[in-house]
Design a protein around this ligand. Structure first.
Ligand SMILES: Cc1cc2nc3c(=O)[nH]c(=O)nc-3n(C[C@H](O)[C@H](O)[C@H](O)COP(=O)(O)OP(=O)(O)OC[C@H]3O[C@@H](n4cnc5c(N)ncnc54)[C@H](O)[C@@H]3O)c2cc1C
Length: 433
């Protein structure tokens, strides 16, 4: 009997350590250095952050998702999920633990498809937490449908020349390099005619036109770049993987990225439930505590059950990734998780906020950023509808149409078949009556 829902005691000890460490040492960074997690460390932040990273390394929790050959401990996705349930509470925690998006995904594809030279130049400093990276794929005229991408890369001698526009390239302004997806052969299907390139951010022709912010952020604080690649030349060896391999590489990258977001969403929702319960027990109105009111109890019960369902799906999917080591095989599961992520966050954060009354919607509680995370989670790494389509297509693969006019479970037909199956016995019974 192999089903087992227990965490081994040695790893549980590490999780307990991480839980206290994040609460006591890392969550305060969100308050003293808000919005700066993805900025290179300056003289004020380095003396605080570097020793924290060192303590994580000493606990063998640095870059927990990576194998030993890449400086991690090879814990895999399931253990990363358990860790992310803690790290997701804080925007600085993934940085301090070396597991931040989009660098985890970018590291994964360089590790998988990069040459030795690319690994030395780009991967190692990324894994050491000494540089940031950017994934530059979406274009202004089309995000959900990569077959609409137009950015072109043309080979010119021993260089590639990139021209085109990219949109919402997160962290480009602080990244040392960009991974750019471009059309290299417009004559074949886009699934075979696009390639990936590693482009150092200081390459001439990488023009960051604007750093777009999210709603509520000041206009000079944006982290999502609109980039015009204009005659941007990179050496031929900056091609990542083979020519025409961009779709295959993107699938590796985005599959991992989506489940990592979901793992952190578990943390956000748990925090919302914790706050909801504390408030329900602390606040009284019309003669009883909120916790004694049945409608509030329903909100708590529904939130608990919803999160438990979601968490189990996330953990099971992470387990399947470790088990099969093939993102294609867990496509349906990852897409289902991606669809549920904003829904679960929406329902639970809304209830927690609402039960707090006015203070819940104020800027004196952490709900606003959790709340705005909902539409972000519904769009980032592909919108909900696209993933619903994936789930449905994958589910439908397990079925076939009936060639009969009536559904296979149509009762008159089934009753006739059942009678025919036992005709002899039934006749015998009738004869004995
Ligand atoms: C915070 C954030 C960070 C991001 N970071 C990056 C990054 O680092 N690098 C990068 O390359 N991109 C990044 N993106 C972009 C993201 O991947 C795209 O926004 C996403 O793929 C959707 O593309 P779009 O915005 O062009 O929306 P569109 O493709 O225009 O879709 C808009 C809406 O149309 C509907 N829709 C789309 N397709 C279908 C369909 N098949 N059926 C039914 N309805 C549909 C959905 O309602 C969808 O929300 C980021 C986005 C956000 C919000």
């Amino acid at each position: 009997m192999a089903w087992d829902f227990e965490t081994e005691p040695e790893f549980q000890e590490k999780l307990d350590w991480a839980d206290a460490f994040v609460r006591d040492e890392v969550e305060p960074l969100d308050l003293v250095f808000p919005g700066l997690a993805y900025h290179p460390l300056d003289d004020a932040r380095r003396p605080i952050v570097d020793p924290l990273k060192q303590r994580v390394r000493e606990q063998d929790l640095w870059a927990a998702h990576l194998g030993p050959e890449l400086g991690g401990k090879g814990y895999g996705q399931l253990k990363l999920a358990l860790l992310n349930e803690i790290l997701g509470r804080s925007s600085w925690a993934p940085i301090v633990f070396g597991t931040q998006a989009p660098d985890t995904g970018n590291a994964e594809i360089i590790a998988h498809y990069g040459t030795d030279e690319q690994k030395r130049t780009y991967l190692q400093p990324l894994l050491d937490g000494e540089m940031f990276s950017c994934y530059s794929m979406t274009e202004p005229q089309g995000g959900s449908d990569p077959t609409m991408f137009e950015t072109r890369a043309v080979q010119d001698g021993d260089e590639w020349v990139i021209n085109g526009w990219k949109f919402f390239s997160s962290n480009a302004r602080t990244a040392s390099f960009l991974i750019v997806m471009a059309v290299t052969n417009p004559e074949v299907s886009p699934y075979k005619g696009m390639s990936m390139f590693i482009v150092p951010t200081d390459t001439p022709g990488v023009n960051i036109v604007r750093n777009i912010g999210l709603a509520g952020e000041r206009s000079d604080e944006g982290m999502h770049a609109l980039i015009h690649y204009e005659d941007c030349r990179v050496p031929a060896e900056n091609l990542l993987g083979g020519e025409g391999q961009a779709f295959v590489i993107a699938q590796t990258r985005l599959g991992g990225g989506r489940i990592h977001h979901a793992m952190r969403t578990v943390a956000v929702c748990q925090k919302a439930i914790d706050l909801m319960c504390e408030r329900a027990l602390s606040r009284s109105t019309q003669g009883t505590k909120l916790a004694d009111k049945q409608l509030v109890q329903a909100a708590i019960a529904d939130s608990y059950a919803q999160l438990e369902q979601f968490r189990l799906l996330v953990l099971h999917t992470a387990w399947k990734i470790d088990r099969y080591r093939d993102y294609k095989r867990v496509r349906k599961d990852i897409a289902a998780v991606k669809v549920l992520t904003p829904q679960v966050q929406h329902d639970i954060v809304y209830r927690a906020m609402h039960i707090h009354g006015a203070i819940g919607v104020s800027n004196e509680m952490p709900f606003a950023s959790m709340w705005f995370g909902v539409p972000i989670m519904a769009v980032v790494d592909g919108p909900t509808e696209v993933h619903q389509i994936t789930v449905a297509r994958e589910v439908l693969k397990g079925y076939k149409a009936t060639d009969d006019l009536w559904p296979s479970e149509h009762l008159p037909k089934k009753q006739a078949a059942a009678r025919a199956r036992y005709a002899e016995l039934l006749e015998h019974e009738v004869a004995n009556l």
